[in-house]
Ligand binder design. Sequence first.
Ligand SMILES: [Zn+2]
Length: 424
Amino acid sequence: MKKNMLLLGASCMMLGLCAPKATIHADSVNHLKSERQTIQNESKSLKGKIDSKRSVESQNKKEQSKLNTRVSSITSEVDQLTASINEQEQQINKKIEVIAELESEIQHLNRVIAGRKEKLVEQARALQIDGANMKYIEYLMSSENLSDLISRSQLVAQLVHSNRQALEQQKIDQANLQSKQDKQEQEKDELAQIKAKNEADQQTLIQNREKLNQEIEKLMNESAIAQSEREKLELKQRELNDKADLLSKQIAEEEAAQKAAEAARLQREKEAAAQAAQAAQNQASAYAAPVAQNQRPSSSGLIYPAQGVLTSPFGYRIHPITGASDFHLGIDLAGGGPIIAAQSGTVTAATFNPSYGNMIIIDHGNGLSTLYAHLQPGLFVSVGQSVAQGQQIGIMGTTGDSTGVHLHFEVRVNGSQVDPLGYL
Ligand SMILES: [Zn+2]
């Protein structure tokens, strides 16, 4: 029994008719699922990043609102400064006018004072005196007579009077000049102060404006960067979600296919089991009866090619080890002794094959041929040779994929294997 099982396993391998394994589908589904899980994890991690970008953007909006308040406050400062600067400009213009007026008055006084000084000097020179009162006495003392003295006295009195008046006026004008010069100096100082304040205010204004612009620009840049990064991340997330959706679709298709394949496999196994049971019943007599030599040919004209017990029929079998179903393309006769030609014909193959071992194929004409496998080394016939029915062609062996001495016998019609028992 054990040998038969092994032979069945060997023929499954040999003929390559093993049923496809359901585990292949399961593997591909698992692979798709793990791929989808990876993508979903990546998408989830992107969601976190996108949320953090959103919070940066919303924080930015709050800061922008705060900044707007600051902007209005700085704007009103700017307005005040501008008004103050305008006022200062007017003050400066007025001061300049005042200073110019003072300047012309100073020049006028300077001219008056200079002119008077010249006149006084002239008068003194005319009298050959230098203007000091004491010199007048000498002048009077040098009179030649009384009338000369009187005349000189009147002149001196006149001169002294006019001289005193001129000198007093000169003093007043000079004081006036000094006061105007002081005033002009003071105006100039004030002008310088106003100008300095004006410049300081303008500097502050420029700085405030610059600061404001920088803050606005910075916030706008940050917002733009956060938004562009978020958009990129969202695009990537959409792509990942599309990919995951596609994989879900593939998984569903694969699982449906797997289910269908499993159902088909169960159906095939069920049918094969039924067929095997039927075949076993049909072959009960064949199992019991050893193949005899010197037989009568069947209605198809064939005789049994060897003596032995039918251990494995043609057709589907449930593999005893893997549980998979496979198809046996011939019958196995376990026994020993000579192998004979089932019918007369021409040898078309007499060779060694790794699976069949030492094997022979005989062409019987009309598309019918027979195959004999696992023979002992030293085949009795060669390719092209004609053989008669019942002629020995070799000895039963266990070469190739075989674990016990038996003959694997196939009948082929136009190259396709058919159940040999239908021809024997
Ligand atoms: Zn076989």
